[in-house]
Design a protein around this ligand. Structure first.
Ligand code: ADP
Ligand code: ADP
Length: 229
Protein backbone atom coordinates (compact mmCIF):
# COMPACT_ATOMS: atom_id res chain seq x y z
CA UNK A 1 0.00 0.00 0.00
CA UNK A 2 0.89 3.62 -0.42
CA UNK A 3 2.79 5.30 2.46
CA UNK A 4 3.83 8.59 0.90
CA UNK A 5 1.89 10.73 -1.58
CA UNK A 6 3.40 14.00 -2.76
CA UNK A 7 1.52 16.37 -5.08
CA UNK A 8 2.31 19.77 -6.53
CA UNK A 9 5.17 20.53 -4.15
CA UNK A 10 7.13 23.75 -4.76
CA UNK A 11 9.92 25.23 -2.69
CA UNK A 12 11.71 28.54 -3.25
CA UNK A 13 14.65 29.78 -1.18
CA UNK A 14 14.92 33.54 -0.71
CA UNK A 15 18.32 35.08 -0.18
CA UNK A 16 18.22 38.85 -0.10
CA UNK A 17 16.57 40.11 -3.26
CA UNK A 18 17.15 36.93 -5.24
CA UNK A 19 15.21 33.71 -5.02
CA UNK A 20 15.95 30.18 -6.14
CA UNK A 21 13.34 27.57 -6.97
CA UNK A 22 14.72 24.37 -5.45
CA UNK A 23 11.65 22.15 -6.12
CA UNK A 24 9.09 22.54 -8.91
CA UNK A 25 5.75 20.71 -9.05
CA UNK A 26 6.98 17.49 -7.45
CA UNK A 27 4.58 14.56 -7.73
CA UNK A 28 5.60 11.24 -6.23
CA UNK A 29 4.04 8.15 -4.65
CA UNK A 30 6.01 5.69 -2.54
CA UNK A 31 4.75 2.37 -1.19
CA UNK A 32 5.25 1.08 2.34
CA UNK A 33 8.43 -0.97 2.65
CA UNK A 34 10.12 0.34 -0.49
CA UNK A 35 13.81 1.23 -0.65
CA UNK A 36 14.03 4.36 -2.79
CA UNK A 37 17.20 5.97 -4.07
CA UNK A 38 17.24 9.66 -5.01
CA UNK A 39 19.89 10.61 -7.54
CA UNK A 40 20.80 13.88 -9.18
CA UNK A 41 23.59 16.41 -9.54
CA UNK A 42 24.58 18.68 -6.71
CA UNK A 43 21.97 21.43 -6.29
CA UNK A 44 19.16 19.45 -7.95
CA UNK A 45 16.99 19.53 -4.81
CA UNK A 46 17.63 16.11 -3.25
CA UNK A 47 18.19 17.33 0.32
CA UNK A 48 15.38 19.85 0.04
CA UNK A 49 13.02 17.02 -0.93
CA UNK A 50 13.93 14.63 1.88
CA UNK A 51 14.01 17.43 4.44
CA UNK A 52 10.47 18.33 3.36
CA UNK A 53 9.34 14.70 3.67
CA UNK A 54 10.99 14.47 7.09
CA UNK A 55 9.33 17.65 8.34
CA UNK A 56 12.68 19.45 8.82
CA UNK A 57 11.88 22.13 6.22
CA UNK A 58 8.60 23.57 5.05
CA UNK A 59 7.51 23.81 1.43
CA UNK A 60 5.68 26.74 -0.21
CA UNK A 61 2.79 24.79 -1.71
CA UNK A 62 1.51 21.30 -2.38
CA UNK A 63 0.67 18.33 -0.19
CA UNK A 64 2.82 15.63 1.42
CA UNK A 65 0.63 12.84 2.70
CA UNK A 66 2.27 10.35 5.05
CA UNK A 67 -0.15 7.60 6.12
CA UNK A 68 -3.01 9.80 4.80
CA UNK A 69 -2.00 12.78 7.02
CA UNK A 70 -0.91 15.90 5.09
CA UNK A 71 2.21 17.06 6.95
CA UNK A 72 2.23 20.40 5.07
CA UNK A 73 -0.89 21.37 7.02
CA UNK A 74 0.59 20.55 10.46
CA UNK A 75 1.54 23.32 12.89
CA UNK A 76 5.05 23.45 14.36
CA UNK A 77 4.20 21.35 17.44
CA UNK A 78 2.44 18.72 15.37
CA UNK A 79 5.43 18.63 13.01
CA UNK A 80 7.83 17.97 15.92
CA UNK A 81 5.55 15.15 17.02
CA UNK A 82 5.44 13.74 13.46
CA UNK A 83 9.25 13.76 13.22
CA UNK A 84 9.68 11.99 16.55
CA UNK A 85 6.99 9.40 15.90
CA UNK A 86 7.51 8.49 12.31
CA UNK A 87 10.88 9.56 10.94
CA UNK A 88 14.52 8.61 11.45
CA UNK A 89 17.39 10.53 9.87
CA UNK A 90 20.88 9.40 8.90
CA UNK A 91 23.41 11.88 7.54
CA UNK A 92 26.86 11.66 5.99
CA UNK A 93 28.40 13.03 9.20
CA UNK A 94 27.56 10.81 12.14
CA UNK A 95 26.96 13.67 14.60
CA UNK A 96 27.64 11.50 17.64
CA UNK A 97 28.30 13.15 20.99
CA UNK A 98 32.04 12.57 21.56
CA UNK A 99 32.02 12.33 25.37
CA UNK A 100 29.17 9.78 25.46
CA UNK A 101 29.61 6.03 24.84
CA UNK A 102 27.80 4.07 22.14
CA UNK A 103 25.21 3.06 24.75
CA UNK A 104 24.73 6.63 25.99
CA UNK A 105 24.52 8.13 22.49
CA UNK A 106 21.67 5.73 21.66
CA UNK A 107 20.06 6.08 25.10
CA UNK A 108 19.85 9.84 24.68
CA UNK A 109 17.82 9.45 21.48
CA UNK A 110 15.74 6.67 23.03
CA UNK A 111 14.85 8.87 26.03
CA UNK A 112 13.78 11.72 23.79
CA UNK A 113 11.71 9.43 21.61
CA UNK A 114 10.35 6.69 23.96
CA UNK A 115 11.82 3.62 22.32
CA UNK A 116 9.85 0.36 21.98
CA UNK A 117 13.26 -1.40 21.78
CA UNK A 118 15.88 -1.68 24.51
CA UNK A 119 19.29 -0.08 24.00
CA UNK A 120 20.88 -3.56 23.90
CA UNK A 121 18.42 -4.65 21.20
CA UNK A 122 19.32 -1.57 19.17
CA UNK A 123 23.06 -2.19 19.61
CA UNK A 124 22.59 -5.80 18.43
CA UNK A 125 20.33 -4.73 15.54
CA UNK A 126 23.10 -2.57 14.07
CA UNK A 127 25.84 -5.17 14.59
CA UNK A 128 27.69 -3.46 17.45
CA UNK A 129 27.31 -6.21 20.07
CA UNK A 130 30.05 -5.85 22.69
CA UNK A 131 30.84 -2.23 21.80
CA UNK A 132 28.36 -0.51 24.15
CA UNK A 133 31.08 1.08 26.25
CA UNK A 134 33.22 2.48 23.46
CA UNK A 135 33.46 6.16 22.71
CA UNK A 136 32.96 7.43 19.14
CA UNK A 137 36.72 8.09 18.73
CA UNK A 138 37.33 4.38 19.39
CA UNK A 139 35.17 3.36 16.45
CA UNK A 140 35.82 3.20 12.72
CA UNK A 141 33.75 5.41 10.41
CA UNK A 142 31.50 2.50 9.51
CA UNK A 143 30.91 1.69 13.16
CA UNK A 144 30.10 5.32 13.96
CA UNK A 145 27.54 5.27 11.15
CA UNK A 146 26.03 2.13 12.72
CA UNK A 147 25.55 4.06 15.97
CA UNK A 148 23.85 6.88 14.11
CA UNK A 149 21.57 4.33 12.41
CA UNK A 150 20.69 2.82 15.82
CA UNK A 151 19.81 6.32 17.00
CA UNK A 152 17.65 6.86 13.93
CA UNK A 153 15.59 3.69 14.48
CA UNK A 154 14.91 4.00 18.23
CA UNK A 155 11.23 4.55 17.48
CA UNK A 156 10.97 1.89 14.72
CA UNK A 157 10.17 4.73 12.32
CA UNK A 158 7.95 4.26 9.30
CA UNK A 159 10.41 6.34 7.28
CA UNK A 160 14.19 6.20 7.36
CA UNK A 161 15.66 9.17 5.49
CA UNK A 162 19.34 8.89 4.63
CA UNK A 163 21.29 11.81 3.15
CA UNK A 164 24.54 10.43 1.65
CA UNK A 165 24.90 7.81 4.42
CA UNK A 166 28.02 6.32 2.84
CA UNK A 167 29.50 9.58 1.56
CA UNK A 168 32.45 9.39 3.96
CA UNK A 169 33.03 5.62 3.74
CA UNK A 170 35.03 3.40 1.40
CA UNK A 171 33.20 1.00 -0.91
CA UNK A 172 33.58 -2.12 1.24
CA UNK A 173 32.24 -0.41 4.36
CA UNK A 174 29.53 1.29 2.26
CA UNK A 175 28.27 -2.15 1.20
CA UNK A 176 28.10 -3.25 4.84
CA UNK A 177 26.09 -0.15 5.77
CA UNK A 178 23.85 -0.84 2.80
CA UNK A 179 23.32 -4.40 4.00
CA UNK A 180 22.39 -3.07 7.45
CA UNK A 181 19.84 -0.67 5.94
CA UNK A 182 18.35 -3.59 3.98
CA UNK A 183 18.12 -5.65 7.19
CA UNK A 184 16.28 -2.84 8.96
CA UNK A 185 13.93 -2.47 5.99
CA UNK A 186 13.28 -6.21 6.16
CA UNK A 187 12.90 -6.53 9.93
CA UNK A 188 10.71 -3.48 10.63
CA UNK A 189 9.19 -2.93 7.15
CA UNK A 190 10.69 0.56 7.31
CA UNK A 191 10.36 2.58 4.11
CA UNK A 192 13.80 3.91 3.21
CA UNK A 193 14.76 6.96 1.11
CA UNK A 194 18.46 7.31 0.36
CA UNK A 195 20.27 10.16 -1.34
CA UNK A 196 23.44 8.70 -2.79
CA UNK A 197 26.01 8.78 -5.55
CA UNK A 198 26.91 5.17 -4.77
CA UNK A 199 26.02 2.89 -7.68
CA UNK A 200 25.89 -0.25 -5.55
CA UNK A 201 23.07 1.36 -3.57
CA UNK A 202 21.09 2.41 -6.66
CA UNK A 203 21.45 -1.12 -8.03
CA UNK A 204 19.62 -2.63 -5.05
CA UNK A 205 16.86 -0.04 -4.73
CA UNK A 206 13.22 -0.91 -5.42
CA UNK A 207 12.81 2.50 -7.04
CA UNK A 208 15.23 5.09 -8.38
CA UNK A 209 14.19 8.73 -8.68
CA UNK A 210 16.39 11.14 -10.62
CA UNK A 211 16.07 14.86 -9.91
CA UNK A 212 17.28 17.60 -12.21
CA UNK A 213 16.89 21.33 -11.61
CA UNK A 214 14.28 20.69 -8.92
CA UNK A 215 12.11 18.45 -11.09
CA UNK A 216 11.65 14.69 -11.28
CA UNK A 217 13.48 13.65 -14.42
CA UNK A 218 12.74 9.95 -14.08
CA UNK A 219 11.09 7.50 -11.70
CA UNK A 220 11.93 3.86 -12.36
CA UNK A 221 10.93 0.72 -10.51
CA UNK A 222 12.67 -2.62 -11.04
CA UNK A 223 14.30 -0.98 -14.03
CA UNK A 224 10.85 -0.51 -15.64
CA UNK A 225 9.76 3.13 -16.12
CA UNK A 226 6.49 3.96 -14.34
CA UNK A 227 3.87 5.02 -16.88
CA UNK A 228 2.66 8.62 -16.35
CA UNK A 229 -0.98 8.66 -15.15
P1 ADP B 1 21.10 18.74 -3.49
O1 ADP B 1 20.76 18.03 -2.22
O2 ADP B 1 20.55 18.03 -4.70
O3 ADP B 1 22.54 19.05 -3.64
P2 ADP B 1 19.72 20.96 -2.25
O4 ADP B 1 18.32 20.50 -2.03
O5 ADP B 1 20.64 20.96 -1.11
O6 ADP B 1 20.33 20.13 -3.48
O7 ADP B 1 19.69 22.42 -2.84
C1 ADP B 1 18.95 22.77 -4.00
C2 ADP B 1 19.23 24.21 -4.35
O8 ADP B 1 18.70 25.06 -3.34
C3 ADP B 1 20.71 24.54 -4.44
O9 ADP B 1 20.90 25.42 -5.55
C4 ADP B 1 21.03 25.22 -3.14
O10 ADP B 1 22.06 26.16 -3.31
C5 ADP B 1 19.71 25.89 -2.80
N1 ADP B 1 19.53 25.98 -1.35
C6 ADP B 1 19.49 24.94 -0.49
N2 ADP B 1 19.29 25.36 0.77
C7 ADP B 1 19.23 26.70 0.71
C8 ADP B 1 19.03 27.74 1.68
N3 ADP B 1 18.84 27.45 2.98
N4 ADP B 1 19.03 29.03 1.25
C9 ADP B 1 19.19 29.32 -0.05
N5 ADP B 1 19.36 28.39 -1.01
C10 ADP B 1 19.38 27.10 -0.65
P1 ADP C 1 37.94 1.19 8.88
O1 ADP C 1 38.23 -0.12 8.21
O2 ADP C 1 36.48 1.51 8.93
O3 ADP C 1 38.78 2.31 8.40
P2 ADP C 1 39.55 1.44 11.27
O4 ADP C 1 40.82 1.03 10.60
O5 ADP C 1 39.32 2.83 11.65
O6 ADP C 1 38.31 0.90 10.42
O7 ADP C 1 39.35 0.53 12.56
C1 ADP C 1 39.52 -0.88 12.51
C2 ADP C 1 39.16 -1.48 13.89
O8 ADP C 1 39.93 -0.87 14.92
C3 ADP C 1 37.71 -1.29 14.25
O9 ADP C 1 37.18 -2.53 14.64
C4 ADP C 1 37.70 -0.32 15.41
O10 ADP C 1 36.78 -0.73 16.38
C5 ADP C 1 39.09 -0.40 15.98
N1 ADP C 1 39.56 0.94 16.39
C6 ADP C 1 39.83 1.97 15.60
N2 ADP C 1 40.27 3.04 16.31
C7 ADP C 1 40.29 2.64 17.60
C8 ADP C 1 40.66 3.27 18.85
N3 ADP C 1 41.09 4.54 18.90
N4 ADP C 1 40.53 2.57 19.97
C9 ADP C 1 40.09 1.31 19.94
N5 ADP C 1 39.73 0.65 18.82
C10 ADP C 1 39.83 1.30 17.67
Amino acid sequence: GKLLGIEGVNKTYQSGLSSFQALTDIKLDINRGEIVVILGPSGSGKSTLINAIGGIDRVDSGTIHVDSEDIVSLNDNQLVHYRREKVGFVFQMYNLIPNLTVYENIELAANISKSPLTIDELIDAVGLTGMANRFPRELSGGQQQRVSIARAIVRKPELLLCDEPTGALDSKISKEILKLIQQINDKYNTTVLIITHNEAISAMADRVIALKDGKIESNTINKQPIEPE
